[in-house]
Design a protein around this ligand. Structure first.
Ligand code: FES
Length: 107
């Protein structure tokens, strides 16, 4: 199962592994992370699942849709070049080991 590492704003690291097809958002929620709020449940309507994807994974992800781009303009914490909505990142062997940093706040 692909692994995903979450780095909280305070530096705390949590590693989760989930089957292919599970979103990074859901993996974070399953791991009990408070830093992933995900108010809309993955419908790309809230931007409270914002993460900063570390390289080299950020460059390996599919391009974001116009809707994701629009939602990322509404994040509470600063948007960066590697900002993504974690509900739109689907785990697979291709991105096994992906590491994402959680912003200081989601709301
Ligand atoms: S969970 Fe709402 S936009 Fe990702």
């Amino acid at each position: 199962m692909p692994k995903v590492t979450f780095v909280a704003h305070d530096g705390t690291t949590t590693i989760a592994d989930e089957p292919d097809g599970v979103s990074v958002m859901r993996a974070g929620q399953n791991a009990g992370l408070a830093g992933i709020v995900a108010e809309c449940g993955g419908s790309m309507m809230c931007a409270t699942c914002h993460v900063y994807v570390r390289e080299p994974w950020a460059a390996q992800l599919p391009a974001m849709t116009a809707t994701e781009d629009e939602m990322l303009s509404m994040t509470t914490s600063e948007r960066k070049a590697t900002s993504r909505l974690s509900c739109q990142i689907v785990l697979s062997a291709a991105i096994d080991g992906i590491t994402v940093e959680l912003p200081e706040t989601q709301i």
